[in-house]
Design a binder for this molecule. Structure first.
Ligand SMILES: [Zn+2]
Length: 403
């Protein structure tokens, strides 16, 4: 199967006052997903069966009388350590409620954000992928997977290869299964090698407890979490309610079908470099090089990169770069429609623009602002000669708004 990962490089003459960006490139990755073969489906079912047997022996299986009918789910991802951006993920695939292949897919909202396969598999979970530099973020251990609801650990696997970027790989995922107190089994797949919780089978977890780090193990096209729910009969439960799924919405914080949002704004000393896969053709690990830089000198090249989740043609972003005195250095608009992409909507996009700071660029803290869908995002960088005392440089960044 050919992966629909693609990169386009385009020249653009964005409308601009003051200095105009010299170059814009848009990258879009709408391709993070995973494969479930009959063998892997059997493996999931066998893991659950074996785990239930173990819990029964331990006498830790929740009884029917203690089970809640519907348990609210907490967001299953958390940034690790100091996190100073606005977001860190995109959502590529929902549960497919359609008839099996070759029928068209049908997600809970009757849209097509899912997939099915000729082997009869309908995507059975929700895929949340790291964005915008998934391999760099995975290597940095930037995002952890946490329990969405309380329960006991039913099964887990670790030690498997975690830089998969192809479908159909024969490797097994690193994963955790949680028998929730409401009787549903939650399956968390594709974790980073050696990151899976050390808690034993039968141990209790609360919502928000660490389970592992996001990785790309077990037939996965990139670092992401596949989150799946099954009931006692083994039937798939989709926690999102919509016109094509009558089951109740189970998320504590409602997740919109389309959630247009800027995930990151960042500055760079060179154009950010993406890799399509975490390994090269010989199987050696490949690192992503974003070229992050916060401190510039007059005369330097400055790359501004922005990443979005759920961006659609026609959604305008108004960008400004302000000098330390508040005057406008550059101003431009960006709309995905200008890029001639084959689709009007992508779950994850990124664009960058190159500027050259003039030789007489004022020293101090410069600010980038982006107005997108009624929300303003700001980011700072500093310009100095490199010998100024530290206190005159960039102040600490404000905390990001809650997810
Ligand atoms: Zn998936």
């Amino acid at each position: 199967m050919k992966l629909p990962f693609w990169t386009v490089v385009l020249l653009s003459w964005a409308f601009a006052h003051a200095q105009a960006p010299e170059h814009v490139r848009v990258v879009s990755d709408d391709a993070f997903y995973d494969l479930s073969s009959p063998r892997q489906q059997q493996r999931i079912a066998a893991n659950i069966e074996q785990g239930l047997g173990e819990l029964r022996r331990q006498g830790r299986l929740p009884s029917d009388s203690t089970q809640a009918s519907v348990m609210d789910l907490a967001w299953p991802l958390q940034p690790v350590g100091r996190f100073d951006q606005f977001g860190y993920h995109g959502t590529s695939n929902f549960v497919d409620h359609g008839l099996p292949y070759p029928h068209p897919v049908q997600d809970y909202a009757c849209g097509s954000r899912s997939y099915n396969l000729p082997n009869g598999y309908n995507h059975a979970g929700t895929d949340y992928y790291l964005w915008p530099f998934p391999w760099a973020m995975m290597d940095a251990g930037q995002v952890r997977i946490v329990a969405a609801a309380a329960g006991v650990i039913l099964a887990k696997d670790d030690g498997n290869f975690d830089r998969d970027c192809a479908l159909g790989a024969a490797t097994d995922p690193n994963d955790v299964y949680v028998m929730q107190d409401d009787g549903l089994v939650a399956v968390y797949l594709h974790m980073r090698k050696d990151s899976v919780t050390s808690l034993p089978i039968g141990a209790r977890v609360a919502a928000g407890d660490y389970l592992g780090l996001v990785g790309s193990s077990g037939s996965s096209t990139g670092p992401h979490l596949h989150f799946e729910l099954r009931d006692a009969a083994g039937a798939i439960v989709d926690p999102r309610n919509g016109a094509c799924n009558a089951a109740p919405d189970r998320w504590i914080v409602f997740q919109a079908y389309e959630d247009p949002h800027i995930d990151t704004i960042s500055t760079h000393s060179a154009e950010p470099e993406f890799v399509e896969c975490g390994v090269d053709a010989d199987g050696n690990a490949v690192a992503e090089t974003p070229h992050y830089e916060n401190e510039f000198k007059p005369g330097d090249a400055l790359w501004v990169f922005v990443s979005y989740r759920d961006q659609r043609n026609g959604e305008l972003t108004q960008f400004s770069i302000m000098r330390p005195d508040g005057s406008v250095f550059a101003q431009w608009d960006f709309d995905l429609v200008s890029q001639g992409n084959p689709k009007p909507f992508y779950s994850g996009t990124g664009a960058d623009w190159k500027f050259t700071l003039p030789a007489d660029a004022p020293i101090g803290v410069w600010t980038i602002t982006a107005l997108f869908q009624g929300q303003t995002y700001t980011r700072s960088f500093s310009v100095d000669w490199g010998w100024l005392p530290r206190r005159t440089r960039l102040p600490p960044r404000p905390r990001p708004p809650p997810h």
